[in-house]
Design a protein around this ligand. Structure first.
Ligand code: ADP
Ligand code: MG
Length: 384
């Protein structure tokens, strides 16, 4: 049986792993302990960029200050400025009171700018001005600018340098943010981390849910180690979370593993910073697919409401379902699990697809399996 130790408390500002890449990162953290240097962290989505930012902050002279995280891709362009710099009452519709910005909240601490590559040209200019003089002016304020003392750690899953070359990111801002560059390799390139992370998540997530952890045999542990993990550590964590819900206290079988982790041998479309061009069109279906398969969101929250209010077209949805069915080799049952719905939602999901004529015929996805897909095909045949 795969060794499973109980640890009392898990520190979330801890970089778990034994790989040489993680050991090298720990050495970098040690070197940066007394530094205030700006750090740029790159790596595919889900590799642990935010964890690393938190560890850097916790191991810095600013540890007693706050770490404030902001996802530059998740905030509408029109709001990002007031989010970062704050605003005064009445400066725009909906600004009912003065509100300090995130930079001010991070004063004497660190701000973590996630997905920094997604900032608009205007935001890049404003950020650059702040980096040059450390001053902010709230949106709508006529008061003198305020000086702040904030360390900046930024992260991106794109190659900022490629974006600079493509004219989408300012080179002056790039060089200011990129004083120290830390790269986190994808999980498939540091497989030594998989078992320590598995133990960590089995312990932590079972404790969190007050459930007994499932039992992982050596054979299953080997599956974990060999899997491609296109969604990196985030995907590993989601898979373990699903296993805990389904198999608490029980021995995990190979079928269980493939049920919660049906995709295999497919490459993530997230560009790898070192090798792929950064500017590449990503379809709506790709984005939605990632939100479910990589980030663990359910179809019912990531897709269904947007379709009902017509933010998504039937064509968007057909693309998404087809993409999913290609992964599951035409099995709608596995699709339900892939899109993070409960098994009991199968009927509801199919009724929804039928009602809106969103069902591509599954036969077209039943092509002969690629070598690495054999296991998925096996599951698909049994379940359909
Ligand atoms: N080395 C690690 N040790 C512990 N947890 C990790 C590690 N790497 C990633 N995680 C966990 O995986 C998930 C994704 O990590 P995150 O830092 O959000 O990735 P990214 O910012 O690169 O998309 C989080 O839940 C995080 O806690
Ligand atoms: Mg992140």
């Amino acid at each position: 049986m795969f060794l499973f130790r109980h640890t009392k408390r898990i520190d979330m500002t801890q970089l778990i792993g034994n790989s040489s890449a993680v050991i090298a990162l720990r050495e970098e953290i040690e070197c940066l302990k007394r530094s205030d240097a700006k750090v740029l962290i790159t790596g595919e989505s889900g590799v642990g960029k935010e964890v690393l930012a938190r560890v850097l902050h916790a191991n810095s002279p600013r540890a007693s200050g706050k770490l404030v995280a902001v996802n530059c891709a998740g905030v509408a362009e029109s709001l990002l400025e007031s989010e970062l710099f704050g605003h005064t009452k009445g400066s725009f519709t909906g600004a009912y009171r003065d509100r300090p910005g995130l930079l001010e909240q991070a004063n004497h601490g660190t701000i973590f700018l996630d997905e920094v590559g997604e900032m608009s040209a205007r935001m890049q200019a404003l950020l650059l001005r702040f980096l040059e003089n450390g001053e902010i002016q709230q949106v709508g304020s006529v008061l003198p600018r305020q000086r702040l003392d904030v360390r900046i750690i930024s992260a991106t899953n794109r190659s900022l340098l490629d974006q600079v070359k493509a004219g989408a990111f300012r080179s002056d801002l790039y060089y200011r943010l990129n004083v120290v560059h830390l790269k986190i390799p994808p999980l498939r390139q540091r497989r030594d981390d998989i078992l320590p992370l598995t133990t960590h998540f089995l312990t932590f997530l079972s404790q969190q849910q007050n459930l007994d952890p499932p039992q992982v045999t050596d054979e299953i542990a080997q599956q974990f180690v060999e899997h491609a993990w296109p969604g990196n550590v985030r995907e590993l964590k989601n898979v373990i979370e699903r296993l805990i819900v389904r198999r608490s206290g029980q021995v995990v079988t190979l079928d269980d593993f493939w049920q919660v982790c049906p995709q295999d041998e497919w490459t993530p479309h997230t560009p790898h910073p070192e090798v792929e061009p950064a500017v590449r069109p990503v379809s709506i279906a790709d984005r939605l697919f990632d939100r479910m398969v990589r980030d663990g969101e359910s179809f019912w929250s990531a897709v269904y409401p947007s379709f009902l209010v017509r933010d998504l077209t039937r064509e968007n949805l057909r693309d998404l379902v087809s993409k999913g069915l290609r992964q599951t080799r035409g099995s709608y049952k596995i699709l339900v699990s892939l899109f993070n719905m409960k098994e009991s939602d199968y009927r509801r999901f199919l009724t929804f697809l039928r009602k809106h004529e969103l069902q591509p015929p599954f036969h077209q996805f039943r092509t002969p399996p690629a070598p690495g897909m054999a296991k998925v095909e096996g599951v698909a045949r049994r379940l359909h």
